[in-house]
Design a protein around this ligand. Structure first.
Ligand code: PLP
Length: 456
């Protein structure tokens, strides 16, 4: 098969045969949405209907072929329909669909492989079928480990949509939590460092990580009941717009957690499994968390997620009724195992680091040359470009974000909007040629929007 398995399907991409969303897309969308409600913002902004995905491409029902800068939604990270993963799923679909949480060969191999690639002694594992359930299990595990109940999370992080997970995040305003008492008792949020928009700054205007850590210390003392079980954070903010903290943040937070007897819960559902060029995003800073969650890329599209704790805390998993109906089923474990093997066999961590550096170089040039590109950010293939009305005031340019998203999609780029921050999460197999192709489309769209708004 070889690592070039996707290249043939990428020839001639993008190929737009009818302006999207085309007539078949529209009809299918209208038929479906008569009944199917609650669509995400990205679908509302560009209601296209897909029928196929191969490698780095997606094809809609009007036969338009798109270059994929989204990996579905950070999910099909090794490319759509990867033959090895399709084969693994299909073998178990024909052999053994479900045996609850009894052991089976795919699970045996997966846990051994995970114990091998994860740092430290992160080896008390349980599997789930969505990121939210893994996060929920992590909350329960943190409580069982510590005997404490409070949770601290960060502004603009996202952890899922169940009541526990929404209590960790700011989905609240005008959304789910508006309908009842706000977040669950004992859940608190604090700001986390965003180098482009620092709240705590040094005299020279640069971000002051120590001031954030000092604030957390004060907050734990003054704002909680002294029963904090865990700090729950994304290693880098995915939905928040590919925002990475300064390099000294997580090592300092790890130290604070140790001093305060608080667990560090690292939610790698979006950023983990190679997306940033390391197995775990926290590997960039040599920090080992106490609890970690994986999802999205973990099964390359098959719904499989994991919640993992350090060995010394593994007993806690006996106390939280950890298993579920689908968690760790044979197809799921086989998909996750095959995904890890593909990352190794195709040397994708190396690819992500090399092509990710290429992305950043090109994006920095765009920042220099375009008046509305205020900031560019990212590691590996978790990338963002922040659009502003004015580089001095940094006022977010929401309208431009929406228009650039739609224009680029119309030109054949399937990707993900996030207000004024353009987010890119291409499949990890992508090379420089296709990275440039996608960035060309984005740059052309930005230039058009600048013109429409009177920038020169
Ligand atoms: C960091 C993070 N945690 C948890 C979740 C929830 O995962 P799921 O949508 O699979 O429930 C997401 C989803 O985007 C996420 O980005």
């Amino acid at each position: 098969m070889g690592k070039d398995w996707w290249k043939e399907s990428a020839l001639n991409v993008p190929k737009i045969v009818v302006e999207p969303p085309g007539p078949k897309s529209k009809k299918m969308h209208d038929n479906t949405t008569k009944y199917f409600k609650g669509l995400s913002g990205q679908v509302k902004l560009f209601p296209v209907s897909f029928k196929e995905g191969h490698g780095i491409t997606l094809t809609d029902v009007d036969n338009n072929k798109y270059l994929d800068f989204s990996s579905g939604i950070y999910v099909a990270s090794l490319g759509h329909s990867h033959p090895k993963i399709a084969e693994a799923i299909s073998y178990w679909a024909k052999t053994l669909l479900n045996c609850h949480d009894f052991t089976h060969p795919a699970k045996e191999k997966l846990v051994e492989k995970l114990a091998d690639i994860l740092p430290g002694n992160l080896n008390g594992m349980q599997f789930y079928s969505d990121g939210t359930s893994a996060v929920e299990a992590g909350i329960r595990a943190a409580r069982a480990i510590t005997g404490k109940h409070e949770m601290i999370s960060a502004f603009r992080d996202f952890h899922g949509k169940s009541m526990g997970a929404v209590s960790l995040a700011q989905m609240a305003r005008g959304d789910v939590l508006s309908y009842g008492p706000t977040r669950a008792p004992g859940f608190y949020m604090v700001p986390r460092p965003d180098p482009y928009r620092p709240i705590f700054k040094k005299e020279d205007g640069s971000i002051d990580t120590d001031a954030y850590i000092d604030f957390y210390k004060t907050f734990i003392h003054e704002g909680t009941a002294g029963n904090v079980a865990a700090f729950v954070l994304e290693p880098a903010q995915g939905w928040g717009g590919s925002i990475f903290p300064p390099d000294d943040f997580f090592p300092k937070l790890r130290k604070l957690c140790d001093e305060q007897g608080i667990l560090l819960f690292d939610d790698e559902v979006l950023a983990g499994m190679g997306r940033t060029g390391e197995w775990m995003c926290l590997d960039h800073w040599d920090v080992v968390p106490d609890i970690i969650t994986f999802g999205k890329s973990f099964g390359n599209g098959f719904p499989v997620t994991a919640m993992i704790v350090k060995e010394e805390y593994a007993d806690a998993l006996e106390k939280i009724s950890a298993s579920s109906s689908y968690g760790g089923n044979p197809m799921a474990c086989a998909a996750a195992l095959a995904s890890i093997e593909v990352i190794e066999e195709e040397q994708l961590l190396e690819n992500v680091r090399r092509v990710g550096a290429h992305f950043m170089k090109r994006m920095n040039k765009m920042k220099d040359e375009h008046p509305i590109v205020g900031d560019v950010k990212g590691k590996g293939f978790l990338l963002g470009m922040e659009l502003v009305k004015d580089k001095a005031t940094k006022e977010p340019f929401e309208e431009a974000g929406k228009l650039v998203y739609q224009k680029a999609f119309r030109k054949g780029l399937a990707w993900i909007p996030a207000g004024h921050i353009l987010r890119m999460s291409p499949p990890l197999i992508m090379d420089e040629k296709y990275a440039d192709l996608g960035l060309d489309i984005i740059e052309e769209s930005i230039a058009e929007v600048e013109k429409e708004f009177g920038y020169k």
